[in-house]
Design a protein around this ligand. Sequence first.
Ligand code: ACM
Length: 265
Amino acid sequence: MKIGYYQFRPRFGRVNQNVSKVIQALRQASADLIVLPELPFSGYYFRDRDEVKTLAEDPHRSTTVESLAALCRERNFYLVTGFAEKQKDKYFNSALLLGPEGLAHTYRKLHLFNEEKSWFDPGDIPLTAQEVRRAKIGMMICFDWIFPEVARTLALAGADIICHPSNLVLSYCQQSMLARCTENAVFAVTANRFGADKRPHGELRFTGKSQVVAPKGKLLHRAYSQKEELYITEIDPGLARDKMMTPRNDLLQDRRPQFYKPLLR
Ligand code: ACM
Protein backbone atom coordinates (compact mmCIF):
# COMPACT_ATOMS: atom_id res chain seq x y z
CA MET A 1 0.00 0.00 0.00
CA LYS A 2 1.38 3.40 -1.00
CA ILE A 3 0.96 6.10 1.63
CA GLY A 4 2.47 9.52 2.23
CA TYR A 5 1.98 13.23 2.75
CA TYR A 6 2.16 16.56 1.01
CA GLN A 7 4.01 19.22 3.04
CA PHE A 8 3.47 22.74 1.73
CA ARG A 9 2.97 26.38 2.71
CA PRO A 10 -0.67 27.49 2.59
CA ARG A 11 -1.43 31.23 2.17
CA PHE A 12 -3.79 32.53 4.83
CA GLY A 13 -7.32 33.11 3.57
CA ARG A 14 -6.56 32.20 -0.07
CA VAL A 15 -8.73 29.10 -0.20
CA ASN A 16 -8.90 28.76 -4.00
CA GLN A 17 -5.16 29.35 -4.41
CA ASN A 18 -4.37 26.71 -1.75
CA VAL A 19 -6.75 24.17 -3.28
CA SER A 20 -5.20 24.74 -6.74
CA LYS A 21 -1.71 24.31 -5.29
CA VAL A 22 -2.65 20.95 -3.73
CA ILE A 23 -4.39 19.71 -6.88
CA GLN A 24 -1.42 20.73 -9.01
CA ALA A 25 1.03 18.94 -6.67
CA LEU A 26 -1.00 15.71 -6.49
CA ARG A 27 -2.14 15.55 -10.12
CA GLN A 28 0.63 13.09 -11.08
CA ALA A 29 0.81 11.28 -7.73
CA SER A 30 0.51 7.53 -7.66
CA ALA A 31 -0.63 6.49 -4.18
CA ASP A 32 -3.38 4.83 -2.17
CA LEU A 33 -3.53 7.40 0.63
CA ILE A 34 -2.11 10.92 0.96
CA VAL A 35 -2.34 13.03 4.12
CA LEU A 36 -2.48 16.85 3.96
CA PRO A 37 -1.82 19.32 6.81
CA GLU A 38 -4.35 20.75 9.26
CA LEU A 39 -6.46 23.68 7.90
CA PRO A 40 -4.54 23.64 4.59
CA PHE A 41 -7.05 25.75 2.64
CA SER A 42 -8.16 28.45 5.10
CA GLY A 43 -4.80 28.86 6.85
CA TYR A 44 -4.42 28.68 10.62
CA TYR A 45 -3.83 31.92 12.48
CA PHE A 46 -7.36 33.36 12.67
CA ARG A 47 -8.02 36.76 14.26
CA ASP A 48 -11.15 35.47 16.00
CA ARG A 49 -14.17 33.21 15.60
CA ASP A 50 -15.83 35.71 13.23
CA GLU A 51 -12.93 35.24 10.83
CA VAL A 52 -13.35 31.45 11.03
CA LYS A 53 -16.98 32.00 9.98
CA THR A 54 -15.84 33.72 6.76
CA LEU A 55 -13.55 30.81 5.77
CA ALA A 56 -15.23 27.63 7.08
CA GLU A 57 -17.36 25.49 4.76
CA ASP A 58 -20.02 22.82 5.03
CA PRO A 59 -18.25 19.81 3.44
CA HIS A 60 -21.53 18.69 1.86
CA ARG A 61 -21.78 22.03 -0.02
CA SER A 62 -18.15 22.81 -0.67
CA THR A 63 -16.42 23.40 -3.99
CA THR A 64 -13.16 22.60 -2.18
CA VAL A 65 -14.44 19.12 -1.27
CA GLU A 66 -15.91 18.62 -4.77
CA SER A 67 -12.57 19.45 -6.42
CA LEU A 68 -10.64 17.16 -4.08
CA ALA A 69 -13.11 14.29 -4.52
CA ALA A 70 -12.77 14.71 -8.30
CA LEU A 71 -8.99 14.45 -7.88
CA CYS A 72 -9.46 11.24 -5.82
CA ARG A 73 -11.60 9.78 -8.62
CA GLU A 74 -9.15 10.83 -11.33
CA ARG A 75 -6.09 9.45 -9.51
CA ASN A 76 -7.91 6.62 -7.72
CA PHE A 77 -6.55 7.46 -4.26
CA TYR A 78 -7.77 8.57 -0.83
CA LEU A 79 -6.98 11.84 0.91
CA VAL A 80 -7.05 12.76 4.57
CA THR A 81 -7.13 16.53 4.80
CA GLY A 82 -7.60 19.18 7.43
CA PHE A 83 -10.72 21.30 6.91
CA ALA A 84 -12.34 24.34 8.56
CA GLU A 85 -15.81 22.86 8.95
CA LYS A 86 -19.09 24.72 9.36
CA GLN A 87 -22.04 22.74 10.66
CA LYS A 88 -25.11 24.90 11.39
CA ASP A 89 -23.87 27.44 13.95
CA LYS A 90 -20.86 25.36 14.96
CA TYR A 91 -17.31 25.55 13.65
CA PHE A 92 -14.88 22.64 13.89
CA ASN A 93 -11.20 22.10 13.16
CA SER A 94 -11.81 18.88 11.22
CA ALA A 95 -10.17 16.18 9.15
CA LEU A 96 -11.98 14.67 6.18
CA LEU A 97 -11.43 11.26 4.62
CA LEU A 98 -12.12 11.67 0.90
CA GLY A 99 -12.02 8.94 -1.72
CA PRO A 100 -13.20 8.20 -5.23
CA GLU A 101 -16.74 7.91 -3.82
CA GLY A 102 -16.53 11.34 -2.10
CA LEU A 103 -16.62 12.18 1.61
CA ALA A 104 -16.20 8.94 3.59
CA HIS A 105 -15.70 10.19 7.16
CA THR A 106 -15.27 13.34 9.24
CA TYR A 107 -13.21 13.69 12.43
CA ARG A 108 -13.41 16.86 14.56
CA LYS A 109 -10.36 17.82 16.64
CA LEU A 110 -10.99 16.80 20.26
CA HIS A 111 -8.14 18.72 21.90
CA LEU A 112 -8.04 22.34 20.79
CA PHE A 113 -4.66 24.07 21.05
CA ASN A 114 -4.28 27.44 22.75
CA GLU A 115 -6.22 30.17 20.85
CA GLU A 116 -8.14 27.53 18.88
CA LYS A 117 -10.33 27.40 22.01
CA SER A 118 -11.67 30.86 21.05
CA TRP A 119 -12.11 30.02 17.38
CA PHE A 120 -13.58 26.51 17.24
CA ASP A 121 -16.05 24.22 18.98
CA PRO A 122 -14.45 21.09 20.48
CA GLY A 123 -14.90 17.86 18.54
CA ASP A 124 -17.97 15.69 19.14
CA ILE A 125 -17.34 12.60 16.97
CA PRO A 126 -15.97 9.33 18.47
CA LEU A 127 -12.52 8.07 17.48
CA THR A 128 -13.06 5.22 15.01
CA ALA A 129 -11.18 3.42 12.25
CA GLN A 130 -12.19 3.48 8.57
CA GLU A 131 -11.36 0.98 5.86
CA VAL A 132 -9.15 2.27 3.07
CA ARG A 133 -8.09 -0.44 0.65
CA ARG A 134 -6.22 -3.14 2.63
CA ALA A 135 -5.86 -0.98 5.74
CA LYS A 136 -7.85 0.57 8.53
CA ILE A 137 -7.04 4.20 9.16
CA GLY A 138 -7.68 6.46 12.13
CA MET A 139 -7.58 10.25 12.13
CA MET A 140 -6.32 12.69 14.75
CA ILE A 141 -5.32 16.34 14.38
CA CYS A 142 -2.12 18.05 15.48
CA PHE A 143 -2.26 18.71 19.29
CA ASP A 144 -4.25 15.49 19.79
CA TRP A 145 -0.76 13.90 19.78
CA ILE A 146 -0.03 15.03 23.34
CA PHE A 147 -2.93 12.93 24.67
CA PRO A 148 -1.69 9.33 24.29
CA GLU A 149 -5.28 8.19 24.86
CA VAL A 150 -6.12 9.31 21.31
CA ALA A 151 -3.60 7.10 19.50
CA ARG A 152 -4.37 4.25 21.91
CA THR A 153 -8.12 4.55 21.28
CA LEU A 154 -7.53 4.53 17.52
CA ALA A 155 -5.31 1.43 17.87
CA LEU A 156 -7.99 -0.30 19.97
CA ALA A 157 -10.53 0.62 17.27
CA GLY A 158 -8.33 -1.33 14.83
CA ALA A 159 -6.43 1.46 13.08
CA ASP A 160 -3.28 0.29 11.27
CA ILE A 161 -2.34 3.79 10.12
CA ILE A 162 -2.86 7.01 12.07
CA CYS A 163 -3.37 9.93 9.70
CA HIS A 164 -2.31 13.11 11.45
CA PRO A 165 -2.91 16.46 9.70
CA SER A 166 -0.92 19.08 11.62
CA ASN A 167 0.07 22.75 11.90
CA LEU A 168 2.78 22.25 14.52
CA VAL A 169 4.34 25.27 16.22
CA LEU A 170 6.15 23.46 19.08
CA SER A 171 9.07 21.08 18.59
CA TYR A 172 8.02 18.00 20.58
CA CYS A 173 5.55 16.19 18.37
CA GLN A 174 7.68 14.51 15.73
CA GLN A 175 9.83 12.68 18.29
CA SER A 176 6.81 11.82 20.45
CA MET A 177 5.06 10.16 17.52
CA LEU A 178 7.83 7.54 17.52
CA ALA A 179 6.59 6.58 21.00
CA ARG A 180 2.91 6.59 19.92
CA CYS A 181 3.85 4.15 17.11
CA THR A 182 5.97 1.97 19.41
CA GLU A 183 3.40 1.62 22.18
CA ASN A 184 0.53 0.93 19.75
CA ALA A 185 2.42 -0.84 16.94
CA VAL A 186 0.83 1.35 14.29
CA PHE A 187 1.99 3.43 11.35
CA ALA A 188 1.58 7.20 11.56
CA VAL A 189 1.69 9.85 8.86
CA THR A 190 2.13 13.32 10.34
CA ALA A 191 1.55 15.89 7.59
CA ASN A 192 2.72 19.27 8.81
CA ARG A 193 2.83 22.63 7.02
CA PHE A 194 5.74 25.02 6.88
CA GLY A 195 6.14 28.79 6.53
CA ALA A 196 4.28 31.35 8.63
CA ASP A 197 0.87 32.96 8.95
CA LYS A 198 1.78 36.68 9.18
CA ARG A 199 -1.32 38.51 10.34
CA PRO A 200 -1.99 42.03 11.70
CA HIS A 201 -2.46 40.51 15.19
CA GLY A 202 0.81 38.54 15.11
CA GLU A 203 2.80 35.83 13.40
CA LEU A 204 2.93 32.05 13.84
CA ARG A 205 5.68 29.91 12.35
CA PHE A 206 5.19 26.23 11.55
CA THR A 207 7.83 23.55 11.90
CA GLY A 208 7.48 21.26 8.85
CA LYS A 209 9.35 17.95 9.34
CA SER A 210 6.37 15.89 8.23
CA GLN A 211 7.07 12.21 8.70
CA VAL A 212 6.06 8.59 8.24
CA VAL A 213 6.66 6.25 11.19
CA ALA A 214 6.30 2.45 11.23
CA PRO A 215 5.33 0.12 14.11
CA LYS A 216 8.17 -0.23 16.66
CA GLY A 217 8.75 3.49 16.21
CA LYS A 218 10.85 3.21 13.07
CA LEU A 219 11.18 6.57 11.33
CA LEU A 220 10.76 5.79 7.62
CA HIS A 221 11.16 9.37 6.43
CA ARG A 222 11.14 12.94 7.72
CA ALA A 223 10.87 16.08 5.58
CA TYR A 224 13.02 19.18 5.93
CA SER A 225 11.66 21.89 8.17
CA GLN A 226 11.01 24.58 5.53
CA LYS A 227 10.69 22.79 2.20
CA GLU A 228 7.81 21.62 0.09
CA GLU A 229 7.65 17.85 -0.32
CA LEU A 230 5.33 15.20 -1.68
CA TYR A 231 6.51 11.92 -0.16
CA ILE A 232 4.99 8.52 -0.90
CA THR A 233 6.30 5.18 0.35
CA GLU A 234 5.21 1.55 0.10
CA ILE A 235 4.20 -0.06 3.41
CA ASP A 236 2.61 -3.31 4.51
CA PRO A 237 -0.31 -2.35 6.78
CA GLY A 238 -0.38 -5.98 7.98
CA LEU A 239 2.72 -5.22 10.10
CA ALA A 240 0.45 -3.17 12.37
CA ARG A 241 -1.64 -6.26 13.17
CA ASP A 242 1.30 -7.85 15.02
CA LYS A 243 1.01 -6.40 18.51
CA MET A 244 3.57 -8.76 20.09
CA MET A 245 6.44 -6.85 21.73
CA THR A 246 7.98 -10.11 23.02
CA PRO A 247 6.70 -13.67 22.50
CA ARG A 248 4.64 -13.16 25.70
CA ASN A 249 3.64 -9.49 25.48
CA ASP A 250 0.70 -8.29 23.41
CA LEU A 251 0.52 -4.49 23.53
CA LEU A 252 -3.27 -4.38 23.54
CA GLN A 253 -4.23 -7.66 25.25
CA ASP A 254 -1.84 -7.16 28.18
CA ARG A 255 -3.42 -3.89 29.28
CA ARG A 256 -5.00 -3.83 32.77
CA PRO A 257 -7.89 -1.38 32.27
CA GLN A 258 -9.39 -2.12 35.70
CA PHE A 259 -6.39 -0.23 37.10
CA TYR A 260 -6.85 2.73 34.75
CA LYS A 261 -10.10 4.00 36.27
CA PRO A 262 -8.83 7.59 36.77
CA LEU A 263 -8.61 7.77 32.96
CA LEU A 264 -12.40 7.78 32.80
CA ARG A 265 -12.90 10.63 35.30
C1 ACM B 1 -1.85 22.61 16.80
O1 ACM B 1 -2.58 21.80 17.37
N1 ACM B 1 -2.16 23.12 15.64
C2 ACM B 1 -0.55 22.99 17.40
